[in-house]
Write a protein that binds this ligand. Structure first.
Ligand code: S3P
Length: 196
């Protein structure tokens, strides 16, 4: 049977809607936890030698999703002890969800629609999936994605928090899990060794 990575060795996988702060918070976490940070979109851009909007324009969204799936699955399977930030649409692919849960610790950066709307002017121009969409269509996508993001993930609410505070909250959450699990692993009869 395949040996899955121990909790402490797992990649920390950040997910969330476009503009939820995955890259900024990922970079902060990388410093706080002394781990390398990999932004999957940046990885894809280097691998393909073109920007994400150019991939959408020249190859189409379907091809982008294939490239995204291959890159994300590869990074999740091969990397350990990293911080990964996924593109906002990646978690909609079942294969990506599966591999993230299997090898990583998935954390959703949750923000409200109201907060996201305020950020829209900052991100709209270089996000192909937002082009030619009305605000109503964006809202529908926002809530559809939110349901998918919350499948089996830890989450933090980022509304009204600085990126620094959000990163600190994640570190706190992770340390609770890391400190608790190694000493409270059930024995072969399912009993908690420390509670005997
Ligand atoms: C996408 C989000 C983008 C990028 C691509 C598609 C999406 O990443 O992967 O433009 O479908 O939500 P960010 O979430 O980093 O903006």
């Amino acid at each position: 049977m395949e040996q899955l990575p121990a909790l402490r060795e797992r990649n920390i996988v950040l997910i969330g809607f476009m503009g939820s702060g995955k890259s900024t918070i990922g970079n902060l976490l990388s410093k706080k936890l002394y781990r390398d940070f990999i932004d999957v979109d940046t990885y894809i851009e280097k691998q393909q030698g073109m920007s994400i909007p150019d991939i959408f324009r020249e190859k189409g969204e379907e091809t982008f999703r294939e490239i995204e799936k291959e890159a994300t699955v590869h990074l999740c399977e091969k990397e350990r002890l990293k911080i990964l930030a996924l593109g906002g649409g990646a978690y909609s692919q079942p294969e990506i969800r599966e591999v993230c849960m299997k090898y990583g610790i998935v954390i959703l950066l949750n923000l409200s629609w109201e907060t996201w709307k305020e950020r829209l002017p900052l991100i709209q121009d270089n996000r192909p999936v937002l082009q030619n969409k009305t605000l109503d269509e964006m809202e529908t996508l926002f809530y559809e994605r939110r349901q998918i993001y919350s499948l089996n993930t830890l989450q933090i609410d980022t509304d009204g928090k600085s990126e620094e505070a959000a990163a600190d909250e994640i570190v706190h959450l992770l340390k609770l899990g890391w400190d608790w699990y190694p000493t409270h692993m059930p024995d072969e009869r399912g009993r908690d060794k420390n509670l005997k």
